[in-house]
Design a protein around this ligand. Sequence first.
Ligand SMILES: O=C(O)/C=C/C(=O)CC(=O)CC(=O)O
Ligand SMILES: [Ca+2]
Ligand SMILES: [Mg+2]
Length: 419
Amino acid sequence: MSFVTVAPDSDFPIQNLPYGVFSTQDNPQPRIGVAIGDQILDIQAVKHLFDGPVLKDAQNVFDQPTLNAFMGLGRAAWWEARQTLQKILSKSESTLRDNAELRARALVPQSSAIMHLPATIGDYTDFYSSKNHAYNVGCMFRDPKNALNPNWTHLPVGYHGRSSSVVISGTSIRRPNGQLKPTETNPPIFGTCRLFDFELEMGFFTGPASQLGNPITLDKAEDHIFGMVLLNDWSARDIQKWEYVPLGPFLGKNMGTTISPWVVTMDALRPFLIDNVPQDPEPLPYLAHKDNYNFDIKLDVSIMADGLAKPSTITRSNFKYMYWTMKQQLVHHTATGCNINPGDLMGSGTISGPTPEEYGSMLELCWKGTKTIDLGNGITRKFLQDGDEVIFHGYCEGEGHRVGFGNCSGKVLPAHPLS
Ligand SMILES: O=C(O)/C=C/C(=O)CC(=O)CC(=O)O
Ligand SMILES: [Ca+2]
Ligand SMILES: [Mg+2]
């Protein structure tokens, strides 16, 4: 238990302690913080308390305006930092609890903070690792009889995304214009995206760098996975459908990707480990791991729209539906010797469950426009309208507490007029 009050349904009890980067009006310098209840522990104010064997000579990582340097230190440092945080925030420890002056400097209400991207994201990759989603999209874009391409069950399919357009929760996203082909028979046009969508995903941040030319093997993969966020891979379905052959997503995905501000560490998620999804066929040896690396993380998506009194939940899914694990994704990504750096972001791919109530995109929920999605109050959608706000939420259910991710939200702005 912490001496900081934590509401029972808070995403941020002492069992969580996720890292983020924030600033305040009084101190506009972005700095590292840890969420506890509805407060942020400003790490700069308490960095002298990180005096364990690994961190005592590396406290300067907490002076940085991003988490990259801390991510780059590796698992021993992450573990030690967690021990220190749990100690200084605990009810039974007086150092911070009884020091009013230090407490006033170190604890900042989340309501008065502006959140920033937690890391400088050098590279962003997005996978395609939910079998239900890949099957559904294959049925709609291609052929229900061959919905999954032959490679899908042999390797974690992915594409290299645009780190430049990854934004923090709360940033509005402009509906894109692009090249579309609205009918089969007529030539393409340059127009405004009509089929604008979200993709319910999670992402992980990488830790210590690997060297170019040296693959990360399965037994070392965990050393390079720092923590997870919610991720919305906004998608222009009409742009995507026309452009994607044969190289995959390009402009249909690069108008913005939103992440939640708090990075929940793998140490905090460990109690929620569950069995991996059985893989058939057996993956090749470089991808075969026997240990579990799947997590029970409940996810939901709601939409706030004009005419609604409160956001309407349109789907509930779970990270546990991932067919390929994050370890397999990382190992496959680097199998050629492709290197990673601290703070690279890897998207899971859209997380759809087996039932229609668990689909992770509007493309699936409205089944390519053949069904309507009911928001209540007589309001329906197939795809997103201007002004709609999409809100993701995710959490693990512990005993009497939640280890949560907060929100990942963004509002759709109207497209720029076509000239
Ligand atoms: O063409 C397809 O099969 C679909 C590709 C995607 O939508 C790519 C993507 O972002 C994958 C995902 O999020 O799961
Ligand atoms: Ca995606
Ligand atoms: Mg994107």
